[in-house]
Design a protein around this ligand. Sequence first.
Ligand SMILES: [Zn+2]
Length: 353
Amino acid sequence: MFSDRFLWEVFSLQCERDPMHLDIHGRFPISEATHPVSVPIVSIRLNELGWKPTYPKGAPYAVVVSHDIDFIYHKDQEIGPRELIISTLKNVLRADLKKIKHEYNRLNTKVVNRWPVERLMHYFQSKDIPTTYYFMCLDPSDQDYNYDIEMLKPLITQILDAGNEVGLHGGHTAYKSASDFIQQLSRLKKVTELEKVGYRNHYLKFNLDSFEIMREAGISTDSTLGFADIVGFRNGMAHPFRPYNYRQNSFYDFVEIPLIMMDQTFYKYMNLSQFDIRKLSNKIIDRVSEVSGTLSLLWHNTTFQGEKVQDLDYMIERMRDDGAWFCTPNELVEWYEKNDLFSTQMEYLQKLR
Ligand SMILES: [Zn+2]
């Protein structure tokens, strides 16, 4: 159906080298994709050629669940000093001591833990599923700064001790600024003391030069490659792979675990009903399963509430019923390396050229 040469171009993101235009966030738009992104066309071809991975305990496919921790705290409505004086005077005149106390408390209690990460952690712990938490390591002056990574050290220790993984969630500029990327990475390394750090950029911001920054920074895995506005396979792959490096005409050393499904895609971008979310997620999981691939699912702590928890639970339980292997990015890479899956995959990919 597709020529091997075309599949190679899809895999190596040829159409993203010189895009006609970018979206409002500087991202490659789905409208510019040259292939049907709801089908893992490159992974299907690799299978046809004879490349098909196996997983521990005969699992039919792998699942990597991750969480971008954008926001934890919410600023309570603050009461300004002028309003406080006026209202205090009024309350004094009314002798309303209870109200005075309440308003002073409001002034003091500025932030609340609105989207606790612990809730998400307990949920996955109860199912014995290790997941990955990508934390932002921003400076207070950066866009979307919400927490100080150093203050989260006890939480991060708890996450790691429970067998999960912690990675960097790069800020708005990190994908195009090596110095911002490296600064944020060093903040995370200082807190976590981790050697191998995985990555995902905020808003899924990415361009082909980002791979060069990732190489320079020395991350072990990236999981940014996906479309925010649609679920599916941005470069036709439903498997982890070493990205192609156009500058060196070779493959990068780090591993890309393409992002296939994101909570916000269903709710914010596609605006689907619960019925359609379940139907679509089942189809995507089927397609990953058919090629013995890896389903990378992003679920934010801010989306872990209300009926949305049931949607997540529906997807997780379906994959558990399938006997899928739930792992972290580092565990997946270890498995692939131990079984020579990257080297054989690259051999087959080269055949497509
Ligand atoms: Zn984010």
